[in-house]
Design a protein around this ligand. Structure first.
Ligand SMILES: [Zn+2]
Length: 572
C-alpha cells in the first residue's frame, strides 16, 4: 500500500438492495469448483519467489521489477489467458524520477533580519519534484534546479471545500506567497470527503488556484506518532516519480509551485517562532475542524536541486474474453501492484524491502484467481482483465496510467477489484473489510459473495489510515469507475487471536521495512480463502445483468462518475 499522509473517519456501513440477482445453480457449481483450484502452496510459492532478495524489492525501473514482471507474464501465458495488448503482455509506463541532491539544496527561514538555516533530514525533507524541469527528453540523468524565496502565509489544512462550507484560504491573499499547511483534512468532514480533501494532489491544485508559489507542510503530533519521522524520511529521500504523457510531460506536475518541504516537529517550531498564534493553538484549531489562516512574520528561501531520470516500467495485462456476445465488450478489471520499495534502511543486516505481503501476496493471489477463471468450463458473460501494475508505492502510477490510457475503452470498464495485501494472510478471519463497497452497487456483489463464503462484513477498523485513497482502486474511482478493495477483517476464528492487535502491530513493526518478508507468519490457507472471495465477487459482477453504478448522491460518484444507480443497465 502506498504511503499517503492524511486522515479520515469511515464508519458508515453500506446497505444493499434487496432481491439482488443470484447466480444460477450451474454457474454457482462452476465457480465453486474454480474456487477450489486456488491452492495455498501455489500462493506461498509465488510470494517466496517475488519477495526473494534477488529481486531487490521490485522497485520500478530496476531489473528486480522486470524479473517480477516476466514471472507474472510467464505464469499468465501458461494458464492459456490472452495477452491484454494486441499480442503483448506489457503496457510500458514511461516514468520520470526525481531525487533531491541534499548537499546542494537548502531551506533558510528569515525573520526580523535574522536568518536561520534549517538542517536537512532533521528539520525538513525536500520534495524532489518541485525542482522538475518539466519535459525531459534525455535518457541520461539531468540535474534540475528550482528556487523560491517568499513570505509565508499559514492556511491550516490548506483545504477549500465549498460542499462542506469550509475554506482555510478565506480572508487571506497568498498570491506570490509560500503557504504553510497541516497534513490531513478536517475531522468533521464525512469520511470520504475527508479522505479526498487530504490528498496532496488536491491540495497542491488548490494552492496553485490561489496563486501560491510553494508549500511548507507540518504534521499533527498524532500523525507523527503513526508515521515516525525517522521512518518517513528515507522513504521520501528515495525520490518521487510521475508518469509521462505522450508528449513527455509529467502528469500532476505543478510548475507554479517552485519548492516544497515537509517539516519535522523541530522544523515546525522554528517556523512558528514569533507567529501570531502558537503551533499548539494552530493544532488545536485544526483538531476542532476550524478554518484558519494568518500571515507569518517569516519568509523562507527554498533551494531544491534534484537529479532527474526517465525510465520505463511495465504493467502486465491478461484478458479472458467473455462468453456472452451482448456483454463481452464490457470488462471487470482486477488489479494488484507488483512493485515495492526496492532497498531501504537495513533491519538486522537486511536492506531489501521484500514486500512479501505488500504486495507479492496480492500479485500471488491475483495469479491464482486468474488461473481459477481460466479453469472455468465457460468464461463469465463479461470479459475479465487482470492488470498487474507498477509504481503503486510511488503514487498509484501504473494504475493511474492504465486508467488514463486503458487498453479497452474506459466506458467499457464496469468495475475494478483491487488486491493490495491479499486478504487473509494474517490469520483465519471471520470478517473482511470491503473498502469502497458503500459507494456503489458493488456492495451487492460484495455482500452476496461474503455471505456465501461465510465472512461477516466489518466497517474499516483504522479509518485514520485513509486506505481507500491509498491503493490502486482510487485511480479507477478518479475516472468514474466503481471500485472495491477487500481488506483483512479483525475478527479471527481463533478466539485467542486479537486480530486488530495483530494488524496494528504489523503496521508498526513490518510495514514498509525489510521485515515484510517470507519468514513472517503468513496463513496461506486463509489467504486462499480470501482469494476465493475476490474471485467470487468479480464473477458475480461479470455474470449479473446490471452494470455496477455509483449510489445516488455518492460523493465520488457525483464528482467523477458518469454511471449512477438506475441510469444504466446491461448493454449500455
Ligand atoms: Zn506499500
Amino acid at each position: 500500500m502506498m504511503l499517503r499522509l492524511g486522515a479520515v473517519v469511515c464508519l458508515i456501513c453500506f446497505s444493499t438492495t434487496l432481491f439482488a440477482q443470484q447466480l444460477s445453480p450451474q454457474d454457482l457449481a462452476a465457480v465453486e469448483k474454480a474456487m477450489k483450484t486456488i491452492r495455498p502452496e501455489q500462493i506461498r510459492a509465488h510470494i517466496r519467489f517475488l519477495s526473494d532478495s534477488l529481486l531487490q524489492g521490485r522497485a520500478p525501473g530496476t531489473p528486480g521489477y522486470d524479473v517480477a514482471a516476466r514471472y507474472v507474464a510467464t505464469q499468465l501465458e501458461g494458464m492459456g489467458l490472452q495477452p491484454g495488448l494486441k499480442g503483448a503482455w506489457f503496457q510500458p509506463v514511461p516514468l520520470q524520477k526525481a531525487v533531491v541532491a541534499a548537499s546542494t539544496s537548502s531551506v533558510v527561514l528569515s525573520a526580523g533580519g535574522k536568518e536561520r538555516k534549517l538542517v536537512d533530514a532533521r528539520d525538513y525533507v525536500l520534495d524532489a519534484w518541485f525542482a522538475s524541469s518539466g519535459n525531459l527528453p534525455a535518457k541520461e540523468p539531468v540535474s534540475a534546479e528550482s528556487d523560491v524565496n517568499a513570505p509565508i502565509v499559514f492556511v491550516g489544512f490548506g483545504v477549500t471545500a465549498p460542499d462542506q462550507n469550509y475554506d482555510d484560504y478565506a480572508g487571506v491573499d497568498v498570491r506570490g506567497k509560500l503557504i504553510a499547511t497541516i497534513y490531513g483534512a478536517p475531522s468533521r468532514f464525512p469520511s470520504t470527503e475527508r479522505a479526498y480533501y487530504s490528498d496532496g494532489i488536491v491540495k497542491a491544485r488548490n494552492a496553485v488556484a490561489h496563486g501560491a508559489v510553494g508549500v511548507l507542510s507540518i504534521m499533527l503530533p498524532e500523525d507523527v506518532k503513526r508515521y515516525p519521522w525517522e521512518w518517513l524520511v528515507p522513504q521520501i529521500q528515495v525520490g518521487e516519480m510521475h508518469w509521462l504523457d505522450k508528449n513527455g510531460t509529467p502528469h500532476d506536475f505543478f510548475p507554479e509551485l517552485r519548492g516544497s518541504a515537509l517539516l519535522s516537529q523541530q522544523g515546525a517550531e522554528a517556523l512558528f517562532a514569533g507567529a501570531p498564534r502558537t503551533l499548539e493553538q494552530a493544532f488545536s484549531s485544526a483538531r476542532a475542524s476550524q478554518p484558519q489562516s494568518f500571515s507569518m512574520p517569516v519568509s523562507a528561501h527554498i533551494h531544491t536541486v534534484s537529479t532527474q531520470t526517465v525510465l520505463q516500467s511495465p504493467n502486465i495485462i491478461a484478458e479472458l474474453k467473455g462468453s456472452d456476445p451482448a456483454l463481452r465488450d464490457q470488462y471487470v478489471v482486477y488489479t494488484a501492484h507488483v512493485d515495492h520499495l526496492g532497498t531501504c534502511p537495513a533491519v538486522e543486516g537486511d536492506n531489501v524491502c521484500h514486500g512479501a505481503l505488500d504486495n507479492a501476496s496480492g500479485t500471488a493471489t491475483l495469479l491464482e484467481i486468474a488461473r481459477a477463471y481460466a479453469s472455468l468450463p465457460r468464461a463469465p458473460r463479461r470479459s475479465v482483465l487482470f492488470v498487474f501494475v507498477t509504481g503503486e508505492e510511488m503514487g498509484l502510477l501504473g494504475s493511474d496510467y492504465f486508467a488514463h490510457f486503458p487498453t479497452v475503452s474506459l466506458k467499457s470498464i464496469v468495475a475494478n477489484i483491487n488486491i493490495d495485501g491479499a486478504p487473509g494472510c494474517f490469520f483465519s478471519m471471520k470478517d473482511v473489510v470491503a473498502l469502497g463497497a458503500e459507494h456503489s452497487t458493488l456492495g451487492n456483489e460484495v455482500t452476496s459473495a461474503a455471505r456465501r463464503m461465510g465472512y461477516e462484513l466489518s466497517p474499516d477498523p483504522m479509518p485514520e489510515e485513509v486506505s481507500f485513497i491509498r491503493s490502486d482502486q482510487y485511480s479507477f474511482v478518479l475516472q468514474g469507475v466503481p471500485a472495491v478493495d477487500i481488506q483483512d477483517g479483525i475478527k479471527a476464528t481463533d478466539p485467542k487471536t486479537n486480530g486488530f492487535d495483530v494488524i496494528k502491530k504489523w503496521l508498526v513493526t513490518r510495514y514498509h521495512t525489510p521485515l515484510d518478508n517470507i519468514d513472517q507468519p503468513i496463513d496461506f490457507e486463509s489467504a486462499a480463502k480470501g482469494s476465493a472471495l475476490n474471485l467470487l465477487i468479480g464473477y458475480e459482477v461479470a455474470q449479473h445483468d446490471e452494470v455496477p453504478a455509483w449510489n445516488k448522491e455518492d460523493f465520488f460518484g457525483t464528482k467523477f462518475g458518469p454511471r449512477h444507480a438506475g441510469s444504466a443497465s446491461a448493454g449500455d
